[in-house]
Design a protein around this ligand. Structure first.
Ligand code: G1P
Length: 286
């Protein structure tokens, strides 16, 4: 069975819900406590044993790549001043095992289109993870669980695609992909077989209240399905629709219910909450 070595992280969005912050700063570079959002997400991938990151990006967002690149002038200056702690902080951003590649999404045609922009970087038949960087997934306070790592282990054991989910109130189902587990919903840290997934349903059409969080472990076949995926909700090419087709053609897809907590940093209120809570947990007096 092929190992999951790559995570595709789409970062080409405009971040309109974070305006005016995100006018000239990529939303992925907005800080959460002491590091940019994208660094938290790359750390999550590394914790799950995934070292190869593919950024799907666009013009005006090169500071994301710069963040993971060497900065010789700064490093020399810190070394000359004997600032070893800061040098260590810089080195920890991109450990030697981390490999970052980027591709461009020439025009915004939806999440499915963004993911497909990275198809040629996968080996034949290679499975991959997708991480949507707006949402941080953190373990419960005091716990060390890594939900994405658990999803990779489940893929290794069963070869079933894994889609991370959490319950949302009924009035919020229209904002997410909503999964159908035919009533057999997984408990935290467990997976259950899915039989469908719908992008942004109305409360009447929603098959459950389990929403897709933005962490996926997917087989290569998804790329083939995306290659001719017609536009869906919002007239965009939806990853959700390709996952639904994967199930309909008989492949196993499971909903993995996270153990941890989510912080939606894609809007001002969620981002402020993440900063306040996580800063306190890190020992800052705020
Ligand atoms: C995307 C996905 C959706 C998922 C959501 C999680 O939607 O299409 O299925 O539930 O991310 O944040 P977006 O937020 O890009 O509209």
């Amino acid at each position: 069975m092929t190992q999951v070595r790559k995570a595709i992280i789409p970062v080409a969005g405009f971040g309109t819900r974070l305006l005016p912050i995100s006018k000239s700063i990529p939303k992925e570079m907005v800080p959460v406590v002491d590091r940019p959002l994208i660094q938290h997400v790359v750390e999550e991938a590394l914790a799950a044993g995934i070292n190869e990151i593919v950024l799907v990006t666009r013009s005006g967002k090169s500071s994301i790549e710069d963040h993971f690149d060497a900065h010789a002038e700064l490093e020399d200056s810190l070394a000359n001043k004997g600032k070893d702690d800061l040098l260590k902080t810089l080195a920890s951003i991109a450990p030697p095992s981390l490999k970052i590649t980027s591709v461009r999404q020439p025009n915004a045609q939806g999440l499915g289109h963004a993911i497909f922009c990275a198809a040629h970087l996968l080996g034949e038949g290679e499975p991959f993870a997708v991480i949507l960087p707006d949402v941080l997934v953190k373990p419960q306070p005091g716990s060390q669980t890594c939900d994405l790592g658990d999803m990779v282990s489940r893929w290794d054991a069963s070869n079933a695609a894994q889609i991370m989910v959490e319950a949302v109130p009924e009035e919020e189902v229209h904002r997410y992909g909503i999964v159908d587990c035919a009533g057999n919903e997984p408990s935290a840290g467990e997976s259950a077989n899915m039989q469908g997934v719908v992008e942004k349903p109305s409360p009447d059409e929603a098959p459950s209240r389990l929403s897709v969080i933005g962490r996926y472990v997917l087989p290569y076949r998804i790329m083939e399905l995306l290659s001719d995926q017609p536009p869906g909700a919002g007239n965009e090419i939806q990853l959700t629709d390709a996952i639904d087709r994967l199930m309909k053609e008989g492949s196993s897809v499971e909903a993995f219910r996270m153990n941890g907590r989510t912080f939606d940093c894609g809007n001002i209120e969620g981002w402020l909450k993440a900063n306040t809570l996580l800063a306190r947990e890190a020992g800052y007096e705020v």
